[in-house]
Ligand binder design. Structure first.
Ligand code: FES
Length: 108
């Protein structure tokens, strides 16, 4: 595994309750601001790939805009339905007035 820290935004780019999708070398990652804390997770819904960052964010739950599946943005765990699925989550670091996401790339 090769861990890479990638600058994806400035903290002010995302207000509480907002989401945005960033593309990191072809990998779509959603950023969500939950009460001032930024979380990063895979933007593709586990159902049919809907863009989660275009959905609704209520507290720490994101609802897919296509068919309504929901996930916890902190853990990546699905809530409704089916419980037990998971979207990837990524560690977030705020440093030097920038938001960094840590990605654990598989070895080529
Ligand atoms: S693609 Fe997300 S619920 Fe269907």
């Amino acid at each position: 595994m090769a861990i890479e820290r990638v600058r994806v935004a400035a903290p002010g780019d995302l207000q509480p309750g907002q989401m945005v999708c960033v593309n990191v070398e072809g990998l779509p990652i959603a950023l969500a601001n939950v009460a001032g804390v930024i979380y990063a997770f895979g933007d593709a819904c586990r159902h049919e790939g809907g863009p989660l960052s275009a959905g609704a964010l209520i507290r720490d739950t994101v609802t897919c805009p296509w068919h309504g599946w929901t996930y916890n943005v902190r853990t990546g765990k699905s809530i409704v339905p089916p419980v037990g699925l998971r979207i990837p989550t990524y560690p977030v670091h705020i440093e030097d007035d920038a938001v960094y996401v840590e990605i654990d790339w598989p070895e080529a």
